[in-house]
Design a protein around this ligand. Sequence first.
Ligand SMILES: [Zn+2]
Length: 367
Amino acid sequence: MSKIKKKFWVLACAFVFVSMFYANSIPAKAASYQNAKITASTLNVRSTPSTKSAILWKLSKGQIVKITQTSKGWAKIDDPKKKDGWVSADYLQPMPVQVKTPAATTKSYYVNASGLYLRKEANTKAQAITLLPNQTKVVELSRNGSWSKITYKPYTGWVSNKYLTDKAPAASKPSVPVPQTKPKTIVGKTIVLDAGHGGTDPGSAGYSPALKKAVLEKDLTLMMVQKTAALLKDAGANVILTRSSDTYPSLQARVDLAEKYHADAFVSVHYNAGSSTASGLETYYYTQAKDQKLADCIQREMVKATSMRDRGVKKESLHVVRENSQPAVLLELGFISNQKELDTIISNEYQITMSNAICNGLKNYFY
Ligand SMILES: [Zn+2]
C-alpha cells in the first residue's frame, strides 16, 4: 500500500469513526429525528443557524425538544406550538432514539376443512409438517396468492388459504349437563408404543419405484411410532417406546415393558404383506373384554381418516397381544406388497394422517 493510499485510509476510517460518533449524538439528516434535553439555563431559539439571526423565543433547562435537522453545530428544533427555529447544539443532551415498532400485521384464522396440511413451502407437493384439525386457530404471517404462511404451536409453514376462515367457530352448546365426575382423559395415561420388527428382523419388504429403493416394514413402523409418540406427548400422555432405533427387542421384552409400567394401552404397529392386490387396514386383539374396545376405537379413527379399505377388528393369537395383561392391540397399517398402497403408506402425509388417527383413537378409548 502506498503512503498516499495509507493516508487516505487512515482519514477515511477517522471520518467513519467521527461520523458514527456524531450520528450517535445528534442526527445528521432531517429524515429522522431525535429528542434532546436543554442543558443551558436558558437557550435562544433563532430564525437561522447563526448567533446574528433574530431570537424567536427561549427554552429553559430540562425542556425536551425535537430535533429535525442539524448544521455546523446548530440544531433545528420543531415545536408544535411555536415557530421552528435553530439552537446551538452545544446545549443539547441527546436522548435515546425512539424506535417505532410497526403495527402487527398478523391476523388470526380458523381451519375450515376436516384436516389441513401445514407444508414447508407454498405448493401441494411440498413436504407436510403436520395436519391441522378443523377449527384450529392459526396466525397468518404473510400471504402469497392462494397460500398463507402461518404459525400454529411450534410449527410455521404454508397452508392453502381457501381452507381458512376469519369467522370463529360457534361455541357448541353443551347438550348434556356438565358431568360432576372426574373427566376421562388421555392426560397422564401411560401408553407403550411398539414399532414392529427392527434390527435383524426387517419385517416385510417392498420396492418403491418413486424412492428407487427397498422399503422395510421395520423402518416404517419406527417412523410411525415416533410421529404418534410426539402427538400423544403433546396431548399429555406418558409414552414409552419398545424401541427408538433400529434394534430388535424380543417379543416378550416388548410385553414386559407394558407390564413393568402398568401401561394403560399397548399399541404394536405393523404393515401388512400378502398378494399384490390385498389392501386395507386391520386391528388385532386377543382378549375381548380387555382389548376389543381399544381395537375398535383405533380402527374406527384410522378408517375415518383415510379412504382405505376397512378389513375390520379381528381376534388373533399374536404374542405381544396374547401375553399382555394390559389392554393391547396390533395395528396393520396397509400392505407393503401392494404397489399402489405402498406409494401411499411411504408418504409423509400418510404418516401424519395415520399418527393423528391413532392418537384420536386412543383419546376416544380413554374418554
Ligand atoms: Zn409386521
